[in-house]
Design a protein around this ligand. Sequence first.
Ligand code: COS
Length: 396
Amino acid sequence: MARRSVRCRPMDFALTDEQELIRRTAREFADNVIWERARQNARDNHFDTELVERIAEQGYLGAIIPREYGGAGLDYVTYGLVVEEIGRADSAMRTVVSVQTSLVCSAILKYGTEEQKKHYLPRLCSGEWLGCFGLTEPDTGSDAANQKTRATKVDGGWRINGAKMWISMGNHAKVALIFAQTDPEKKHRGVACFLVDTDQDGFQPTEIHGKMGLHASDTAAISLDDVFAADDQVLGEVGDGFKVAMSALDSGRFSVASGCVGICEGCVQESARYAQERHQFGRPIASFQLVQSMIAEMRVKADAARMLTWRAGWLKDTGQPNTTETSIAKYFATEAAQWCANEAIQVHGGAGYVDDHPVERWFRDVRVTTLYEGTSQIQKLIIGRAETGINALIPA
Ligand code: COS
């Protein structure tokens, strides 16, 4: 599973034997281990740390991190295959993988000093520590540069005050990437990213209850009251924070897209299976053209989402710019998964309205994917800006 040199490799839709094996292994693990517990964990609103440990043992936390830092050394396309399988089984666990691997580990790998990489990455990849990504605030969502959290220089480090919102794993993380403004006049160029140790009094997470979906995921509101980060806990240079965030989101959005490909695929398979079993008017409902139409459209969207996601992964693996293509994949795959989950319930009829079938959970869990890691509207504005050269993000 060593990271291959793929520079200049043409885009190839055939998976290598190694990729097929990794995909098969991930599929079996998702079906036999994650799937088994997903429904009950959702019913119980249970963040299953034991399951997180099993996922870590498989090498799925930090899969794209080189082996020398404790990762599995996978390329992005292969990582996407794993995330697709986990996403099909349980979006709550897929969120753990996406946050830990793409938002936290990839940021440390790209911007960390050698000491930071050696200190944090092996612990995060092994699952000994969980990490969280503290960018969003109560009043700062899409306008990510507008951080209200403040970092003030003190002897030997920084004092951080503010609040973060909707932070996955915020109640369990040992290290939190906290984005904070150091100099408001500099706007996004004043933002810094801190590797905050959560074991301190001023770091106070509170569990967010009442979510529509992702019931088995841990989501926190975090209050930061004079939290301390030493000078060697700044990730990148002071002022690099916005770039750290955007670059991490390039990886995170790919991961969300991959998970949504998994939901699309699950919807196709479950709908086709159910439509063959369920009889009405003396025939399997799969024999009705209107039912086949729904399944056919799901298949088209699933395949298109997968191709766009693989393209984004291939661009990453070949070292090419990919922010726009990642936004395209994220936008399309999340909207497609939402559409597929809705249609899959339609195919299941009343049976799809209760959690006896996974379509009920997919429908609730998928809703957040067009919101987090950049809304569909933000993705479209990024794509539109790339096409036209005109920034429509900030009205004149
Ligand atoms: N990787 C690294 N650096 C990047 C980058 C990327 N993908 N994208 C932009 N940057 C850099 C730019 O190079 C630029 O650097 P300079 O200051 O040196 O010029 C800087 O960041 C600002 O870039 P840009 O002008 O493109 O940023 P915008 O203010 O236009 O970005 C959007 C606005 C809306 C795109 C951004 O704020 C965004 O993605 N918001 C959504 C946030 C989000 O997804 N939140 C959900 C979090 S849930 S975990």
